[in-house]
Ligand binder design. Structure first.
Ligand code: NAP
Length: 266
C-alpha cells in the first residue's frame, strides 16, 4: 500500500461520496486529513470520527470553496492544526442541470464558481505553501501534490449539463497549465476523472433500477463505480509511488471513454 506517513492532506468536499472515500484512503495511508465541507457539518464530523476511530488524524473545516476569504481561513485552520500541507485534493463539486435555453445565470455561476473557481482558489493557496516550504525529503520526493477531481465530462459532451461539462473541461486546462508552471519546483498536479460513481450527486439514477441499467449501457466494465474505486487511486497518485506523474488525467471509469456503442457495431 502507498504510504503517506507524516503527510497532511486537505480534501475539499470531504464530507460525502468521492471526497469522503479519498479522505479515508489518505488517512489509511498515514496522512493527517482536513475534511472540508460547505454545509454538511454532521456528515463531516462523522467522517472525522470514523478516521480517528481507526487510529487516524483528522479535523473538519467548513468553507465554501467559491469564496476567497473562506478558502484562506480554511488553509489557515489546516496550518494551525497540522503545521504543514503536503496534498490538496480539490474535489468539491456540484451539478445544476438545465436545458441550455432554460439555464439561468445563477445556475451557470454557481457551478463554475464551485467546480472551477473553487479549484483555482484552493490550488493557488496550496501552491503558495508548497513553494514556501520546498521539498522535505523525509516526507516525500515532491514539495507538494495537487489532485483535481474532474470527470469523464472533461472530454465527453453532455446535453443539458453545459455548466458542468464546461467546468470540468476548464479544470483539465487548469491542471495542465499549472502542472507545467510548477513542475520545476517539484510540485505534481494531476486529475482523476471518474465515470459513474454511486454518490449523492447521482442518487436518483442508481436508486432507480431502470435508470441504473440505462447508465450501465455506457460502461463496458458493466458495473457502477464505488467511491472507494477513486479513493484508492487518489492515495496512490499522491504517494511517491507516482512521483513521475504530473500533468496527467487518470480516467477511472470502467471504460466509459471507449465509445461503448461501437462494441456491438458491425
Ligand atoms: P457528493 O456526494 O454530492 O459530494 C459533493 C461534496 O462537495 C460534498 O462534500 C459537498 O459538501 C461538497 N461541496 C459542495 N459545494 C461545496 C462548496 N461550495 N464548498 C465546499 N464543498 C462543497 O458528490 P460526489 O459525486 O462525491 O462529487 C465529488 C466530485 O466528484 C465532484 O467534483 C463531482 O463533479 C465529481 N464527479 C462525480 C462523479 C459521480 O459519478 N459521482 C463522476 C465524475 C465526477 P456539502 O454537502 O457540505 O455541500
Amino acid at each position: 500500500m502507498a504510504s503517506l506517513e507524516g503527510q497532511t492532506a486537505l480534501v475539499t468536499g470531504g464530507s460525502s461520496g468521492i471526497g469522503e472515500a479519498i479522505a479515508k484512503a489518505m488517512a489509511a495511508a498515514g496522512a493527517g486529513v482536513v475534511v472540508n465541507y460547505a454545509s454538511s457539518q454532521e456528515e463531516a464530523r462523522r467522517v472525522v470520527e470514523e478516521i480517528t476511530a481507526r487510529g487516524g488524524r483528522a479535523i473538519s473545516v467548513q468553507a465554501d470553496v467559491s469564496r476567497e476569504e473562506q478558502v484562506l481561513a480554511m488553509f489557515q485552520a489546516a496550518h494551525e492544526e497540522f503545521g504543514a500541507l503536503d496534498i490538496l485534493v480539490s474535489n468539491a463539486g456540484v451539478q445544476k442541470d438545465a436545458a441550455f435555453t432554460e439555464m439561468t445565470l445563477d445556475q451557470w455561476n454557481l457551478v463554475l464558481g464551485i467546480n472551477l473557481t473553487g479549484a483555482f482558489l484552493c490550488a493557488r493557496e496550496a501552491v503558495k505553501e508548497f513553494l514556501r516550504r520546498g521539498v522535505v525529503p523525509e516526507r516525500s520526493r515532491a514539495a507538494g501534490k495537487i489532485i483535481f477531481t474532474s470527470s469523464v465530462h472533461e472530454v465527453i459532451p453532455w446535453a443539458g449539463h453545459a455548466n458542468y461539462t464546461v467546468s470540468k473541461a476548464g479544470l483539465s486546462m487548469l491542471m495542465k497549465t499549472l502542472a507545467q508552471e510548477v513542475a520545476p519546483h517539484r510540485i505534481r498536479v494531476n486529475s482523476i476523472a471518474p465515470g459513474a460513481i454511486k454518490t449523492d450527486i447521482n442518487r436518483s439514477e442508481w436508486q432507480s433500477r431502470e435508470a441504473a441499467a440505462e447508465v450501465l449501457k455506457f460502461i463496458p466494465y458493466e458495473r457502477w463505480g464505488e467511491p472507494e474505486d477513486i479513493g484508492k487511486v487518489a492515495a496512490w497518485l499522491a504517494s511517491d509511488e507516482a512521483d513521475y506523474i504530473t500533468g496527467a488525467t487518470i480516467f477511472v471509469d470502467g471504460g466509459m471513454l471507449l465509445y461503448p456503442g461501437f462494441r456491438t457495431r458491425s
